[in-house]
Design a protein. Structure first.
Length: 329
């Protein structure tokens, strides 16, 4: 999904942003009530990382539900693909609609920094959810702590495979802040654990689960003593699950899938995944509306960073109410 952008490419992309719009899907609710206490109808926009992922569709659902409850007009518009080159023009298009605030999940911490700063300079406050951005211009960031999620996921893998052995992290590519942080937490958890050998990362890219499956299959073949796999997102989790099944290792290799998409939940039930880490995007979408509305109404005591605790879901707790709430729609 994410393509790294060089400094020169970023400049070119930013310059082109005001001239062209990428493919995106959008929905805009009619104004019907006033949000907050000012008596003025408020409009809050949300720009997801893409419209191609259950995580974002679940966050959008939470965002819209909270907007409706607060009497806020929502604008939801996002790129078709998780690409900074597509998201930047969407941001430029949304600001032209003159919302009172913008919520965005940045596709690249560096590439989105200047475009977000330009929006804030126009007088539109911006906050982020999910991925980070290298900017001090946002008024708050709300996300499930990816470092903590990586740590909790690694601890769950050790719990499932206490005998030790080789473990591997399936990344996408460097530069996606949330996945980089998941890797950081994962490595912190295994640091000093002499029973485990941490193999070099697998970099699958975000093009397809097939590519991830091929890499994981090769890792399984090359390492007969591989005991655990940490798949860092929906696509890598699907690929890892398929590879484990193809290798006849279902139930023998512990496989943690980050996020909790419908397919991941199915794979958890059939044993090709043995644990999930949910970020609870529905709750994040709700909190985005609440915090944006507070800021619009003049509250400047909002914390700059609001990390949430991720939820580990296994077969044992899958039917618990908290786990069911954490599943993506």
């Amino acid at each position: 999904m994410l393509r790294r952008i060089t400094r020169s490419a970023l400049a070119a992309t930013a310059a082109a942003a005001v001239l062209a719009l990428s493919s995106c899907s959008s929905s805009e609710a009619p104004a019907s009530a006033t949000g907050g206490g000012s008596g003025k109808q408020r409009t809050i926009a949300f720009i997801p990382g893409c419209t191609c992922d259950p995580y974002y569709s679940t966050e959008i659902a939470g965002f819209k539900a909270a907007a409706k409850a607060a009497g806020v007009t929502p604008i939801v518009q996002g790129p078709a693909n998780f690409q900074a080159s597509e998201q930047i023009p969407v941001l430029q298009a949304v600001v032209q609609k003159k919302p009172d605030a913008i919520v965005i999940d940045p596709t690249d911490a560096t590439a989105l920094a200047a475009p977000i700063a330009a929006v804030v300079a126009q007088g539109v406050p911006v906050m982020t959810t999910g991925n980070n951005v290298n900017s001090d211009k946002i008024f708050t960031a709300i996300a499930a702590s990816s470092v903590q999620g990586g740590r909790l996921g690694a601890q769950e893998l050790m719990k499932q495979k206490p005998e030790g052995g080789k473990v591997v992290f399936v990344h996408i590519k460097p530069g996606i802040s949330s996945i980089d942080d998941r890797e950081k937490g994962y490595r912190e958890a295994f640091d000093g654990q002499s029973k485990y050998k941490v193999l070099p990362n697998l970099y699958a890219g975000n093009d397809s689960a097939t590519q991830a499956a091929g890499l994981v299959q090769s890792a399984i073949t090359a390492n007969p003593d591989l005991v655990a796999i940490f798949a860092s997102n929906v696509i890598t989790a699907e690929g890892a699950a398929n590879a484990v099944k193809a290798a006849g290792k279902t139930g023998k290799i512990a496989v943690l899938g980050y996020d909790a998409s419908p397919q991941e939940a199915t794979n958890l039930k059939n044993g090709t995944l043995t644990a999930l880490v949910s970020q609870n995007p529905y709750q994040i979408g709700q909190l985005a509306v609440k915090n944006a509305l507070k800021y619009i109404e003049g509250n400047r005591s909002i914390p700059k960073d609001q990390p949430l605790v991720p939820l580990v879901i296994t077969k044992d707790n899958l039917d618990d109410p908290a786990s069911q709430t954490g599943l993506y729609k």
